[in-house]
Design a protein around this ligand. Structure first.
Ligand code: NG1
Ligand code: ZN
Length: 734
């Protein structure tokens, strides 16, 4: 009997004794064994030193030594997937490829048999160029759920066949949980798999699950995507299809997976081609998926959304002389408040972090050009982007990008784009994989190092949230839906105290979540019909619940019907307008405009995840609708408290454990008490400064502890920060 056969028997015996029959066979045995074999065969190559040393130690049977080594090489499933030095990423990429293939093939919350796709993005986002990582995308285009994290971490760190099998068992349990623990369906699935090569849907149309692959512009990306594809192929070419989308932003890859699911859902909901035979329909479906998941569809959706957003505005400007002029004027002045007389917004200079964002924004601009050429649509001239810091300009994120700008509170400074080139411009900055966005400006030339901060104005994620939330509140009110839709903001502990105060003062509900998009996204989704969320670093979006989108669409149809009926009545009476009638028209038109604006907003937003490209379009659209609101006016909505953020290197950052959305720590014992003492100590500031705040947490993306401090003046921040850093070193070094 071969060793693998023995393994199967042993495992099945163990499982039977655990009475765990549901889980058996979610991943086909042949694929499981091949995966374990390949993982174990991973040799200590020049590029991959992650498991090689472990294997040697295993052979030596020195358990103690092995444990010690394991701790050193353990790579956690961090704030946003796996991330480490690129040379250690190969085995992780391989395993993540297999994980993604299983997710596409076997796990789906809704329409289990139809919505089948998943994604792998090879990126280390805002981190150093020598790092790389993997982000995993679930069938709906979201970040792969928390329930998989433990299993993924165990799978990617397992070093023996037994550990791999155990981790696969846990992984299968998560899949079954995702399927709703439906024993019958899981069994039926298993039968289907053994009788057909691909997954059949109810009407007999073959829909193969797909794994989408993408990467940022890092050099190591191509190699790691190949590794990940190898991992996916272990499941078998007949079980999953592989689609490599090359160099794309993280949100684009999320969008492709989302669009795949939507295309399939729509195909069956509308019974497309229902007169045709099975083969023709299958071809139709494949084509529909191809079109929906092509990057052209992504860019067109966002560009058309933006053009619709500013459409009504343009119509108003050109309405002079026609019958609607008075109406438009009333609407302009009474409902929306006075607008400034600015003729247009100055161009937006975008620092693309030497990353993939540059390539993507270029493609977006080409779509605007194409729209203009094809239809002569002048509206696309309403966006002028000056792209800076592309992949050819230097290592990704080096002295540029949103993380550099936000954390250092200074403009980018690279070999090709000096800080000077941003002076007196309207500027924005994205990160290495283009899912973060911050706006900034430097008002005057900077001469001394110290004066730079004085001239530097930042609109970070908090200010993006405020602008977007206030805009949406206004539109919901104008659409007459304020009493039906709840809107609020989700944020993290890193949000400025002035931001939370401002929200409170203006009656905007907020919730604080743990750091990381997955946590803020969840908080926004769970608490509000429209949940606006941005981490301070610019990671975020606005989420519209399904119910809210349907409500807006229905109201729009109802409103249009009401208006055309009224027009008919008017025509019949052929009466001249009375004042009460025109007032009614004003209200109707305002409502219609707000509904159209909300619809355009939904279209501009990437529905899968926060996206710097769609955020730029949205913010630019809102600033235009707000009468070309100058940057300084937006920035002055409230004044940020001075803050200080630093990183402390300790032996083991995981000794710190946090609670209260990471605003406090419970371990190591005594550290929180010390932080509280520092904050209340009269040696750092007067006890009447109620704005003082400080917290520490272990980073989920770097091997460091993050320290955050805010106070009413920069000097106090510095003092508190130094003391908290010392406390971290003291309490974490044992
Ligand atoms: P960590 O390293 O866990 O603090 C950082 C960001 C998160 C999030 C992730 C993922 C800060 C303070 N933290 O997480 O907000 O963006 O990276 O990219 O900016
Ligand atoms: Zn990022």
């Amino acid at each position: 009997m071969g060793s693998s056969q023995r393994e199967v028997q042993q495992r099945q015996k163990a499982k039977a004794s655990r009475d765990d029959v549901v889980v058996v066979g979610v991943i086909p045995e042949d694929a499981r064994l091949e995966f374990v074999r390949l993982c174990c065969a991973e040799k200590n190559t020049a590029k991959s030193n992650f498991f090689g040393k472990e294997k040697e130690e295993e052979a030596n049977h020195t358990k103690k030594k092995k444990k010690k080594k394991k701790k050193k090489t353990w790579i956690p499933y961090g704030t946003a997937g796996f991330r480490c030095d690129e040379t250690a990423m190969d085995p992780i990429a391989f395993r993540c490829g297999f994980i993604a293939a299983c997710v596409a093939a076997f796990s789906s919350k809704s329409s289990r048999k139809r919505t089948r796709a998943s994604g792998v993005v090879v990126t280390a986002s805002h981190n150093h160029a020598k790092d790389n990582g993997v982000k995993l995308v679930d069938g709906e285009g979201n970040v792969l759920g928390e329930r998989y994290e433990g299993a993924c971490e165990a799978l990617c760190n397992a070093t023996t066949a037994k550990e791999l099998h155990d981790a696969l068992d846990t992984f299968e349990e998560a899949i079954v949980e995702d399927q709703g623990n439906n024993v019958a369906e899981v069994k039926e699935e298993e039968e289907e798999r053994t009788t057909t090569t691909t997954t059949n849907d109810d009407s007999g149309i073959v829909v193969a699950p797909v794994v989408y692959f993408g990467r940022d512009a890092r050099e190591s990306g191509a190699r790691l995507v190949e590794k990940a594809k190898e991992g996916a192929k272990v499941l078998g070419n007949n079980r999953v299809e592989i689609r490599d989308r090359g160099v794309v932003t993280t949100p684009m890859l999320h969008y492709f997976v989302y669009a795949h699911g939507k295309a399939v859902e729509e195909f069956f909901a509308k019974e497309e081609g229902k007169e045709e035979d099975k083969c023709v329909r299958t071809e139709m479906l494949r084509k529909k998926i191809d079109v929906a998941t092509h990057e052209a569809a992504y860019f067109e959706r966002a560009a058309v959304g933006y053009l619709s957003l500013i459409e009504e505005d343009e119509e108003e400007k050109s309405a002079d002389g026609n019958a609607n002029t008075t109406l438009n004027n009333i609407r302009k002045n009474v409902v929306e408040g006075l607008r400034s007389n600015a003729t247009g917004l100055p161009p937006l200079h975008i620092d693309c972090a030497n990353g993939v964002g540059f390539v993507a924004f270029e493609k977006l601009l080409a779509v605007f050009d194409a729209i203009r050429e094809k239809s002569g649509d002048k509206r696309s001239e309403q966006i002028e982007l000056v792209l800076k810091n592309g992949p050819k300009d230097g290592p990704v994120n080096l002295n540029c990008g949103s993380d550099f700008v936000q954390k250092n509170q200074r403009a980018p400074d690279t070999a090709t784009c000096s800080r000077q080139s941003f002076v007196n411009q309207r500027c924005a900055s994205v990160d290495g994989d283009c899912d973060r966005l911050v706006y900034f400006s430097i008002e005057e030339e900077e001469e001394e190092e110290n004066s730079s901060k004085k001239n530097f104005l930042l609109c970070d994620g908090d200010k993006l949230s405020i602008l977007l939330a206030f805009f949406l509140i206004e539109q919901i009110f104008l659409a007459g839906l304020a009493h039906k839709i709840s809107l609020g903001i989700a944020h993290t502990a890193y949000s400025n105290g002035a931001f939370t105060k401002f929200c409170e003062k203006n009656g905007v509900e907020t919730v604080c979540a743990k750091t990381g998009v997955k946590n803020v996204h969840k908080a926004a989704e769970e608490n509000f019909d429209i949940g606006v969320y941005f981490e301070s670093n610019g990671h975020g979006t606005a989420l519209f619940s399904k119910k809210t989108v349907e409500m807006i669409e229905k109201e729009l149809v109802d409103e249009l019907t009401r208006m055309s009926l009224e027009q008919e009545r008017k025509n019949r009476r052929n009466a001249s307008s009375s004042s009460s009638k025109s007032l009614q028209s004003v209200i109707l038109t305002t409502k219609l405009k707000a509904l159209l604006t909300l619809k355009a907003t939904i279209q501009t937003i990437n529905p899968a995840i926060g996206d710097a490209i769609s955020s730029v379009l949205l913010i630019e659209g809102i600033l235009r609708i707000k009468g070309n609101m100058p940057f300084a006016e937006w920035h002055a909505m409230y004044r940020d408290l001075p803050t200080k953020q630093t990183k402390v290197k300790v032996k083991d950052r995981t000794v710190i454990e946090c609670f209260d959305s990471e605003r406090k720590c419970s371990k190591p014992e005594g550290l929180q008490k010390r932080i509280d003492e520092i904050l209340s100590s009269s040696s750092v500031s007067s006890s009447t400064d109620s704005s003082k705040r400080a917290f520490v947490r272990p980073s989920g993306t770097e091997d460091i502890v993050r320290v955050y401090v805010e106070a009413s003046d920069a000097e106090t921040c510095e003092k508190i920060c130094t003391k908290v850093e010392e406390a971290v070193v003291e309490f974490c070094s044992f």
